[in-house]
Design a protein. Structure first.
Length: 287
């Protein structure tokens, strides 16, 4: 199996980039902090559980339409064939719906863990997966505090599946398919700052109808999917033990002090993989 030296050197250049992560990450995060991220606000008090958002999501991404309905006591999870899921919980205020999908963290752990920038935080806000850059390590799955990215284990050409906030629609000036399909007004789209202001306005106007916090405003450093609930968030399936500092921030000190061999090894292996995959044999090249 021949090795394209030029291609190999191009890929192995990732090693140098890896050593610079400690410095560049902070600068990039600071830069992104100045950007007005696009976001969605889900108000569970408005949700009727119609699943129109799920069906619209499936249609927009060529996925099978969900057949099962939300039921108390059964948690419907996102999967390699479903990017968004509605669940119903029996709470202190009766039955309450909740919507699950990628949270689109301000500083995503999945993107920080990705050696090749296949998992990528866009300047508009959505966290997207870029298949042409993925090496299949699945570090994004391990690092996500919300357990969102899913891998197609049974596919001959597997991909990482997760909500991308309909990034292809956003860059065209359109809104995510789930927000467009929600006639009940439970899912609305806008800027993160504007939606936080709207959420606070709703809480102030009807304090008895809402739990006082906005989920996603601070959790894991803040997210672009935000939630209002009539009950404490733990009653509708949310993780409430997450830190407010972003998880990638925990690794900054490590990246400044880690011996270079541990940082260089993964890109080195990636370089070998990229330089040798799908290459013809010498006999084939000479034909």
């Amino acid at each position: 199996m021949s090795i394209d030296r030029r291609h190999f050197l191009k890929i192995i250049g990732l090693a140098g980039a890896s050593l610079a992560i400690g410095k560049s990450f902070g600068a990039e995060s600071e830069k992104k902090g100045e950007v007005e991220f696009k976001a969605m606000l889900y108000d569970s008090s408005q949700c009727v559980g119609c699943q129109a958002c799920e069906k619209a999501c499936a249609a927009a991404h060529q996925l099978p339409e969900p057949k099962d309905e939300p039921k108390v006591g059964i948690i419907r999870k996102t999967s390699e064939t479903q990017r968004s899921a509605i669940n119903i919980f029996n709470t202190s205020k009766g039955e309450v719906f909740n919507k699950t999908q990628c949270m689109h963290c301000n500083e995503p752990a999945c993107a920080a863990a990705c050696l090749t920038q296949a998992m990528y935080k866009t300047k508009e806000g959505p966290v997207i997966w870029r298949g042409d850059k993925c090496m299949g390590c699945r570090y994004c799955m391990v690092s996500c505090p919300f357990d969102v990215p899913k891998f197609e284990y049974h596919s001959s050409n597997p991909i990482i599946q997760k909500c991308d906030l309909c990034y292809d629609r956003i860059i065209k000036g359109q809104i995510p398919s789930c927000a467009e399909a929600c006639t009940a007004g439970a899912v609305i789209f806008g800027t993160r700052r504007g939606l936080i202001a709207e959420a606070r306005k709703r809480i102030a106007k009807s304090p008895k109808d809402f739990y006082e916090d906005i989920y996603g405003e601070n959790e894991a450093g803040g997210t672009s999917n935000l939630y209002l609930s009539s009950v404490p968030f733990n009653e509708v399936g949310f993780k409430t033990n997450l830190q407010n500092t972003s998880y990638p921030a925990l690794s900054k000190g490590f990246l400044y002090t880690v011996p270079s061999v541990f940082v260089l090894l993964p890109p080195l292996l990636l370089g070998i993989h990229e330089a040798t995959k799908n290459k013809p044999s010498n006999s084939e090249e000479n034909e």
